[in-house]
Design a protein around this ligand. Structure first.
Ligand code: ADP
Ligand code: NA
Length: 328
């Protein structure tokens, strides 16, 4: 039997954080040998908001190194940079012409990212979900492992694929499914646990990056918002401690009950120390591999070139089928 195709990606904006790791990359790594995997560094998405050219270039390489450092194996995965495969931009334009404005008007991420700035924010930010749909559909993807915040975008991708297929009465696109795991799908900000942890947060203490050193992790966890009750229990009414416990659970794989039992009678200080230790234990080996990879740029560039060369024929095949259906 042929393996199911998996596709996912992350934007090379700032340093990636614990939410990106627990909600996305870690899951990619865990199941990579069961699937036919395509993992992209989505640099075309990163230009939907202003970004410095040097930062964009460097962040793209850093993110590629982090994918591999987290455990993606080039033997099981095709890892590449979105802009190296021009079919992403090409399919995106075509799909724009099949996307009702009303569908995009309902996308909550656009509203969050654009804020009140409807006058100068780019049309690219508005069309971002269509680019993402194209990314997924180009590879006839079955499964899209993402965090919970991407649920609406995958839903739009499915709607768009179904609309296109039924318009031309042909199965041009595979209808993908979101793969959102229970643990780690929604890691919250350490500062304001009612908001999701995000790369674009202006306060760097609100997130743990994968490259934070032990001292920084200790500091950030130490000052993470909790409450005055000092009970180490999962409780939706106390989102700060619950978020930290959820992170701890995602790292240890223990059940809520086991964790609560371990910390019964202990305070937030003890728990935060244990969480810090788990985080350092998880991130240290990743950081070690990251530094090896980032210091060997020719090898990294070669892996990215090979990834793009491997996926390009699949992408081109889909674009040809799309053009044929439309009459282009
Ligand atoms: P960001 O939103 O931080 O800019 P991206 O949009 O590039 O990150 O998202 C990359 C992946 O990380 C997606 O699969 C997304 O769902 C996941 N992700 C982002 N933030 C979180 C979070 N706080 N918790 C869990 N997963 C997240
Ligand atoms: Na996101």
């Amino acid at each position: 039997a042929t393996k199911k195709r998996v596709f996912s990606g992350i934007q090379p904006t700032n340093n990636i954080h614990l939410g990106n790791y627990l909600g996305a990359i870690r899951n990619w790594v865990e199941t990579q040998d069961q699937y036919d995997n395509v993992f992209c560094i989505v640099d075309l998405h990163a230009i939907t908001l202003p970004i410095d050219p040097k930062d964009l270039h460097n962040n793209t390489r850093k993110l590629a190194a982090l994918y591999l450092a987290c455990g993606l194996d080039a033997a099981h995965c095709k890892v590449f940079v979105q802009s190296h495969v021009h079919q992403h931009a090409e399919l995106s334009w075509i799909l724009n012409c099949f996307t009702p404005m009303g569908w995009l008007n309902r996308m909550t991420q656009f509203k969050t990212k654009a804020g009140d700035d409807m006058e100068t924010v780019s049309a690219g930010l508005y069309c971002y979900p269509v680019l993402m749909a194209g990314d997924i559909l180009l590879y006839q993807t079955d499964l899209v492992p993402v965090g919970d915040d991407q649920r609406q975008h995958v839903e739009l991708t499915r709607d768009l694929a179904q609309r296109f297929n039924s318009l031309y009465n042909k199965p041009v696109f595979t209808i993908p499914k979101a793969d959102i795991r229970a643990a780690g799908a929604r890691v919250m900000s350490l500062e304001d646990p009612t908001k999701k942890m995000s790369k674009s947060d202006p306060n760097p203490n609100a997130y743990i990056t994968l490259l934070d050193d032990p001292k920084t992790i200790k500091k950030k966890i130490g000052r993470a918002t909790t409450d005055s009750e000092r009970l180490v229990t999962f409780d939706p009414a106390r989102p700060g401690i619950t978020n930290l416990l959820t992170i701890y659970q995602a790292l240890t794989g223990q059940s809520n009950q086991e964790i609560e039992a371990d910390f019964a009678g202990k305070g937030y200080g003890d728990f935060k120390a244990a969480l810090t230790e788990r985080l350092v234990e998880t991130l240290s080996p990743i950081q070690q591999r990251y530094h090896e990879l980032i210091n060997d740029m020719p090898t990294l560039e070669a892996i990215l070139k090979q990834g793009a060369d491997e996926v390009r024929p699949m992408a081109e095949h889909t674009v040809q089928e799309v053009k044929k259906a439309i009459g282009l």
